[in-house]
Design a protein around this ligand. Sequence first.
Ligand code: SOE
Length: 374
Amino acid sequence: MQKLGIAIVGAGMIGAVHRRAALLAGAEVRGVAASSSQRAREMAQSWNVPRAYRNIEEVVADPQVQVVHVCTPNHLHRPMAQAALEAGKHVICEKPLATTLEYAQALAALAATSGLVATVPFVYRYHPVIREARARIAQGELGPLHLIHGSYLQDWLLDPASNNWRVDPVLGGASRVFADIGSHWCDLVEWTSGERFTEVSAAFDIVVNERGTHTGQSFTTPAARSTMQAVTSEDVAAAMFRTNVGTLASLTVSQVSAGRRNRLWFEINGAKASMAFNQEHAERLWIGLPDQREEIFVRGPGAGSAEQRRLSMLPAGHAQGYSHCFEAFIADTYRAIDGERPQGLPTFEDGLRSARIVDRVITSARTRAWTTIV
Ligand code: SOE
């Protein structure tokens, strides 16, 4: 069978993650586009791929490319994904799908009418124990839900010398921490619990008021100190939600919490039992029970729901993590292109759902009022 030809647009940290996952899923990387032609040439050489595209027009004109992976800063998602869909290419577009709700709506509509596969990497859905939690909740193991709570905390922007394109609303969008990582939490919790947030009351705060002008790479050592400039996007946010069946939920997000590298955590309390998940210890699902009982479900191919077993690529005790989630997501996207319907594949519809929540969260934070989401 002929290999799927793909192009990667954007050669930063996440572009490299896409490339690795695409190779493991059996695709052929035809070429790369980057922030400049020079950088594209360097990356094409380093990745040993035939084409260094100068722009999106060259990418979509390449007949060998069937899938475009959009891994650019957020403000470029819409034009890049739109160009790819209009040229008849399948698209995997990084989150947030777009920097405004209107753009996300336009992309989701275009994807729906095109008949092409268009997905967004809400990859935490691919932790096997998340599949287990979703299956157990759907079977009623928790009973009616009483409360949902959690946080998504990082610390890579704690140092005022750290900066990044995400901090600039022109490149990242009006919301930073909520759109970047609160979006993951909301997607994951809605998908796992089966309930949808229908209203929100949110507040944002900027706690590092000035940052160095020199933009550093995320997750590397902070940039050297330079002239300072005012920060206008939120470092921390708190949100309360109500779901469609009235369950109360609360979320705290931050990119300035020392010692928390990528800690997405949630707990769901039901009438019969509770469940908790921590992304930094993603091999285990905690199940809390009445009468001084608790259980730990350990990831592995030997037990649990069908989806948990499907995504357990390694035996129990042989740690799987973020990279495996990404690989499974990309492999499922390619399966969908092949005509299969993998469960839980996050599409542009999910990207749009996320954009709607982010939009309502921003409105609530600005107006200091409970705001309807649906
Ligand atoms: C940076 O905050 C980031 O890379 C996000 O952009 C990703 O979506 C998240 O998975 C990890 O952190």
